[in-house]
Design a protein around this ligand. Structure first.
Ligand code: ADP
Ligand code: ADP
Length: 222
């Protein structure tokens, strides 16, 4: 579960300070599926960075399970990201010189497993996203939807508590979008992880249990 209490995040430049999140208090129960919508510049990425243990608030508290993320240093945040949080991006963010299998294995590198264990878990994750036949392919040899499946396999192979998806269907056509959403929902149900999706697409947002709207740094329930 996430608990954000009076979270404010400001970015200070040499001349101006922008407050991207303003006194946000929010609870997300473990296992919920949440969509986050809102205009560009509203604070979606900043909120995702707080939830993803990528950055700390200027003030206020961010708690994930037993960890108070807002009080942890970079090393501990990196450890939580590596173990508890899976990330999926609009642009897939696969390493172009690595095969699908090797891309998925990268997520297991921090966990201290044997090579055999890494390969067997990464293969199983690719099979679970129906890419068992494409493990040796490079990203450029796969369609957009297949590349996103590899990225999803990479995100879930470590069995995270939370899956954060930033516009996961933003580069895909409608049919592929629906396939990817069905895949994400299937994983969410099966693994009972918390699934948080930032999206501009209301067809995607409508599938979530809960919809949040963020504008001018303020979060509202929809
Ligand atoms: P969204 O993801 O909804 O487009 P962001 O969280 O990226 O919104 O941005 C919220 C506000 O914070 C915007 O005004 C943006 O310009 C500002 N902002 C975001 N990141 C930075 C940064 N690293 N430095 C300065 N300002 C930033
Ligand atoms: P978009 O989906 O909006 O095109 P990205 O998904 O690449 O953009 O990035 C969204 C946010 O996530 C950015 O604020 C960026 O700083 C952060 N981000 C991007 N890639 C990574 C990564 N590999 N690890 C951690 N944070 C990332």
């Amino acid at each position: 579960m996430y608990q954000l209490t009076h979270v404010t995040k400001s970015y200070s430049g040499s001349k101006n300070t922008v407050t991207a999140l303003k006194d946000v208090t929010l609870t997300i129960p473990k296992g919920q599926m949440v969509a986050i919508q809102g205009p560009t510049g509203g604070g979606k990425s900043t909120l995702l960075q707080m939830l993803g243990a990528l950055d700390r608030p200027t003030s206020g508290e961010v708690v994930l399970g037993d960890s108070t993320l807002s009080k942890l240093g970079d090393t501990k945040l990196a450890r939580i990201r590596a173990r508890e949080i899976g990330f999926v991006f609009q642009g897939f963010n696969l390493i172009p010189t690595l095969s699908a299998l090797e891309n998925v294995e990268t997520a297991l590198a921090p966990l201290g497993l044997s090579n055999e264990e890494r390969t067997s878990r990464a293969s199983a994750a690719l099979e679970s996203v129906s890419l068992g036949e494409r493990m040796r392919h490079l990203p450029a040899e796969l369609s957009g939807g297949q590349q996103q499946r590899v990225a999803i396999a990479r995100a879930i192979v470590k069995n995270p508590e939370v899956l954060l998806a930033d516009e996961p269907t933003g580069s895909l056509d409608e049919d592929t979008r629906d396939e990817i959403m069905e895949l994400l929902e299937g994983i969410w149900r099966e693994k009972q992880l918390t699934l948080i999706i930032v999206t501009h697409d209301s067809a995607v947002a409508k599938r979530a249990e809960r919809r949040l709207h963020i504008k001018n740094g303020t979060v509202k329930e929809l």
